[in-house]
Design a protein around this ligand. Structure first.
Ligand code: SF4
Length: 349
């Protein structure tokens, strides 16, 4: 079931030379400008939609038309009638929007906003690895490059992976990539053994199970909620495991709990605090010794770069048409198989 496809452009190759250009452009912004007002003005002028992931800075989330996880943002990108998509997230997410909208410009504030999971699963290595599993259905997490998506049968997110795997025939062997922790969690939820690619997210893998145990002594009444990209030792301690959106919904629904220890990227705390101003949110401690975990790739997008990408209509996502078409099929399968899941969060929800 695997497609043959050439290796796509590497984001770092696409962005070669952009770093210096971008920092010079950031420095040249008139400090008197009200960037938030300028972004709103440009959005109207361009008939653009701003899609922002939960892991973006608060100020960016507040400017967005849709704030969501990967599934919600892919659903929003599939439905939009805007002329331009401004994607405040990381490269693979903006690529997914481009796969679904080949005729629209898709702007990403900083092309270097990559992802450790996607970067550690190059399409050429993945294609070679898949040759060992010729009769398997290839399921890939959306956190992968367009080239890897093009080698897949179905794309999943952490919101819909369990649901989609359950829809496959019980005797169908499955390959799952690139996140080993999410894959293992899906195996446990579905009872389906899968062949796993050995990838991981540098942000979620750094949560420290021993420090977490100590934190739970300090907050005995707190509920521990965790993203399935975390290590098994962390997930084993969790009271609830779910995608970023599922964690937010859990917090909204469980008003009987007043303290939550959150084992995922700290950006989601903005929406959690909005939803539950009466509750206390404690970041799960990462190995780094910091008090919370932030994705360094997501944080490359700033208000200044968001303004610049809209003002100058660059950088844009580019992709060869053959890769796009092959990647489109598994993305469409995902949207079809999860159409009853995870509504997009509109601004103000
Ligand atoms: S949090 Fe992890 S999976 Fe998400 S974009 Fe950052 S590195 Fe990738």
């Amino acid at each position: 079931m695997q497609s043959q496809i050439s290796t796509p452009q590497n984001p770092s190759e696409e962005s070669a030379g952009q770093e210096m250009d971008l920092s010079m452009r950031v420095e040249s912004i008139d400090p008197r400008l009200d960037l938030e007002e300028e972004i709103k003005r440009l959005k109207k002028e361009m008939n653009a939609v701003i899609l922002a992931h939960y892991y973006q800075d608060d100020v960016i989330q507040d400017l967005a038309d849709h704030v969501g996880d990967s599934l919600a943002l892919a659903q929003a990108a599939a439905k939009t009638d805007a002329d331009v998509i401004v994607f405040c997230g990381v490269h693979f997410m903006a690529e997914t929007a481009k796969i679904l909208n080949p005729d629209k410009p898709v702007l990403l504030p900083d092309l270097d906003a990559g992802c450790s999971l996607a970067d550690r699963c190059p399409a050429d290595q993945y294609r070679e690895w898949l040759k060992q599993y010729p009769n398997h259905t290839v399921i890939n997490y959306i956190n992968s490059s367009a080239g890897v998506k093009a080698l897949s049968d179905i794309i999943v997110t952490s919101s819909n992976a369990v649901d989609i795997v359950k829809q496959l025939p019980a005797d169908q062997p499955i390959v799952f990539g690139p996140d080993r922790h999410l894959g293992r969690w899906v195996e446990r939820q579905t009872g389906r053994p899968m062949v796993l690619w050995n990838g991981f997210c540098v942000v979620h893998e750094q949560f420290n199970a021993r420090r977490l145990l100590a934190l739970r002594v300090d907050y005995p009444d707190a509920v521990l909620i965790a993203h399935p990209e975390c290590e098994e030792a962390v997930l084993n301690q969790a009271d609830y495991i779910g995608s970023t959106l599922a964690l937010l919904k859990y917090v909204q629904a469980h008003t009987e709990h007043k303290q939550f220890i959150v084992a995922t990227e700290a950006g989601i705390l903005h929406q959690m605090k909005r939803a539950r101003p009466d509750a206390e949110f404690i970041c799960s401690p990462p190995n780094s010794g910091c008090t919370c975990a932030m994705c360094p790739y997501m944080r490359l997008n700033t208000l200044e770069k968001l303004y610049l990408c809209m003002r100058d209509q660059r950088p844009q996502i580019v992709m060869d048409e053959e890769t796009r078409k092959r990647a489109l099929l598994p993305v469409q399968r995902m949207l079809e198989m999860s159409k009853n899941l995870s509504p997009v969060q509109q601004k103000g929800d």
